[in-house]
Design a protein around this ligand. Structure first.
Ligand code: HEC
Ligand code: HEC
Length: 299
């Protein structure tokens, strides 16, 4: 009897130890940003490409000036509960005290400065691919420099409304191990600079797949159905497929700039914010996105 209870104790302890090790938050090496100086004007382009304002501006922000106050407060309902975007403005209530390294860990590993996991409602499952391009870390440094130029907000963060077991952040460590893919989804010729750039903008910064790719029951993206359309996260309607558009590359680039489709419909739903962000990129970047999407329909 006694022998058995000791065995059970030992196995339970080993189980906890394995869980603890497997779910440990990952971080960048300490010196990852040692030689990088952030350029705020280059960071502004990263900011629009990555769509930070779409989620972190206040729910009632209307004009562009309001949208640059990243006070948080927008609610994101999901099958697991409702997530509320935090304040990421440069203030004590926001991320005013954060280093570039802290921002890098949040975006590239989904890990907080206190060593907790973030929920993937923060689309780091896409941003992690910034690690795959040599310029990705520089982009984090530039973005950090730009965020510091934005207006501070003293808005306090609201707690997420998420129930057991999803309220235990440590468990997200397992989710990340299974569902985060920090490699490119589509292969692109090494010497094709335009497609390389397009892939970086779509698969990493623009996190297009977070809406345009379906998910499994626990919220993991189905990478083998890349950009083939998905139920709308709001619960109403569908996000269309963008892997087989019969539009020309020019049509796609024009849509991203203006919101007009070739049939002169205009973009609706969540895509309105995305177009607003894309319209602030260079025309070369919009053309690179278009080239990547066209290359999918030729595959
Ligand atoms: C689709 C919506 C969405 C987008 C886009 C988004 N975020 Fe977030 N972000 C969230 C949510 C939701 C959380 C809360 C995650 C949590 O608490 O686990 C969050 C958390 C964060 C945090 C952690 C803040 C803290 O107090 O610990 C930082 C930093 C952050 N986001 C920065 C950014 C930056 C920079 C961008 C653009 C590159 C961005 N986010 C884009 C939704 C988003
Ligand atoms: C927050 C969710 C979301 C994100 C992120 C998103 N989209 Fe969309 N997208 C939509 C929705 C919803 C529509 C449908 C819009 C409509 O009904 O007018 C759409 C429509 C489109 C269309 C038009 C397709 C058609 O047949 O009408 C294109 C092209 C497109 N998105 C490309 C992109 C690209 C490129 C990105 C990444 C830079 C992206 N989307 C990111 C939600 C999103």
């Amino acid at each position: 009897m006694r022998k058995w209870s000791i065995r059970i104790l030992v196995f339970t302890a080993l189980g906890f130890a394995a869980f603890w090790l497997l779910t440990r938050p990952q971080t960048l090496p300490d010196n990852a940003f040692a030689d990088l100086i952030g350029d705020p004007s280059a960071g502004e382009q990263v900011f629009w490409a990555a769509g930070c304002a779409s989620c972190h501006s206040a729910p009632d922000a209307k004009d562009e000036e309001d949208k640059l106050v990243l006070s948080g407060g927008q609610r994101f309902p999901s099958p697991f509960g409702t997530f509320i975007a935090p304040n990421i403005s440069p203030s004590p209530e926001g991320i005013g005290g954060w280093s570039t390294h802290d921002l890098g860990n949040a975006m590239l590993y989904g890990s907080s400065p206190k060593g907790q996991h973030y929920y993937p409602a923060f689309p780091y499952a896409s941003y992690v691919r910034m690690k795959l391009r040599p310029a990705g870390l520089q982009d984090v440094a530039n973005l950090h420099a730009y965020l510091q130029t934005l207006p501070p907000s003293s808005q306090a963060n609201a707690a997420h409304d998420v129930s057991f077991p999803f309220n235990i952040r440590r468990g997200l460590g397992l989710w990340k191990r299974i569902f985060i893919n920090d490699y490119w989804i589509v292969s692109v010729p090494l010497d094709d600079q335009q497609l390389q750039r397009g892939r970086y903008l779509i698969e990493a910064l623009g996190h297009c797949a977070e809406c345009h790719t379906p998910r499994n029951a626990v919220g993991g993206l189905l990478y083998d159905q890349w950009l083939t359309g998905a139920p709308d996260p709001s619960g109403k309607g569908r996000v269309p497929a963008v892997n087989a558009l019969d539009w020309s590359a020019k049509d796609i680039a024009y849509y991203l700039e203006s919101g007009f489709t070739p049939e002169f419909d205009s973009a609706g739903g969540h895509m309105v914010n995305v177009v607003e962000n894309m319209s602030k990129l260079t025309s070369e970047d919009r053309e690179a996105i278009a080239a990547y999407l066209k290359s999918l329909s030729e595959k």
